[in-house]
Ligand binder design. Structure first.
Ligand code: KG4
Ligand code: ZN
Length: 332
């Protein structure tokens, strides 16, 4: 029964989790709220905060799991993609910890771990399946042939879906991260209030930069005519903007499902916490007779639980790294 300690530090959450035989015993997440005042993640600040938090977070994960250092079989960690300085904290800590305990290290790709978060549910998907992975830095359609073979069949050609939420929030004057704030406001707004344009992108790729620009021009025009426009229609603007992002995502997902002839469809990543996306994904599932999978909220945004399950699968394959491994910042 392997016991794995997992570490995630790719962006602005310092997280550690412990799993025994693929079952999560603890998943501690320290979110760096300090970035909020800057309206986005400051890489240097992220690294410093990871350094300050990592020991405390790992100790909390072990203690909550009721597991001692001696019981650990391996240490899994996010190798990339992410911010270099932030990743370095987790990677260096994990390597030193594993070396001291004389146990192996396991490298995990952060984006693959988002997909594998779906395996933390009691009824996980069966391979092959499709996963729409939507986060702050990535938007990907992934064809999952097996737990270790994933092919990116569609991706964004500019901004990620999460970025479209975050940049819109900044434009409107809402705090960072914008996704959850827009999601909340949109609940009491009218999604048909304004029709945002739909980008024309070939194949299974996405584009989100045009919708953000169109929001900017739309607001400028409306505010010129009525300076109180935004305060009067904040919820409607959020609902309409969110509606378009979700419809872009669902449309491409339906296209990919047809093209790859799959009926098992999952979503993952921070934006999969979005209530409108979850709802319309379920509806698309009923319409197309898909079997749909969504990770629990806790495992949608960045967390070490997903690194633990990805690490566990690699442990079963005895897929260990040596201590010379270094982080990578972009998808490889
Ligand atoms: O996966 P994640 O935690 O970190 C990355 O790997 O990027 O995703 C963070 C992104 C942010 O852009 C955030 O605004 C977005 O996920 N997000 C949401 C919601 N919760 C988080 N976007 C829309 N609705 C939400 N409820
Ligand atoms: Zn992520």
């Amino acid at each position: 029964m392997p016991v794995i300690l997992a570490i995630e530090s790719s962006c602005d959450e310092t997280s550690a989790a412990v799993c025994r035989n693929g079952e999560i015993l603890s998943n501690i997440i320290a979110s760096q709220l300090e970035h909020e005042r800057y309206g986005g993640v400051i890489p240097e600040l992220a690294s410093r905060l990871h350094q300050q938090q990592i020991v405390r977070v790992v100790e909390a994960a072990l203690s909550k799991a009721g597991v001692t250092q001696e019981e650990l079989s391996a240490v899994a960690f996010t190798q990339g993609p992410g911010l270099l300085g932030a990743l370095l904290v987790g990677v260096s800590f994990a390597k030193a910890y594993a070396m001291a305990l004389d146990i192996p290290v396991i490298t995990v790709n952060h984006m693959q771990a988002h997909v594998l978060a779906n395996f933390l549910s009691p009824e996980p998907p069966e391979c092959p399946f499709l996963c729409l992975t939507v986060s702050g830095g990535h938007t990907q359609l992934v064809y999952v042939k097996s737990l270790s073979e994933m092919e990116i069949v569609g991706h964004t050609i500019d901004d990620a879906a999460g970025e479209a939420f975050d940049k819109a929030a900044k434009l409107i004057g809402l705090p960072y991260p914008g996704g959850p704030v827009i999601d909340k406001l949109a609940r009491s707004g009218n999604p048909a209030f304004h029709l945002f344009p739909e980008p024309e992108v070939e194949g299974l790729n996405f584009s989100f930069s045009g919708i953000k620009t169109s929001l900017l021009y739309y607001l400028q025009k409306e505010i010129q005519q009525n300076p109180d426009f935004l305060s009067q229609h904040l919820e409607d603007v959020c609902a309409s903007y969110q509606h378009r992002i979700v419809s872009i995502l669902i449309k491409k997902l339906e296209k990919a499902a047809k093209q790859y002839k799959v009926k098992q469809i999952a979503i993952a990543g921070g934006v999969s916490a979005n209530s409108a996306l979850r709802k319309r994904f379920r509806e698309a599932g009923e319409k197309n007779r898909w079997k749909t999978f969504i990770p629990d909220f806790e495992y949608c945004t960045d967390n070490a639980g997903m690194i633990a399950i990805a690490g566990y699968f690699r442990y079963l394959d005895q897929n260990f790294a040596d201590l010379s491994v270094t982080p990578y910042t972009r998808e490889i």
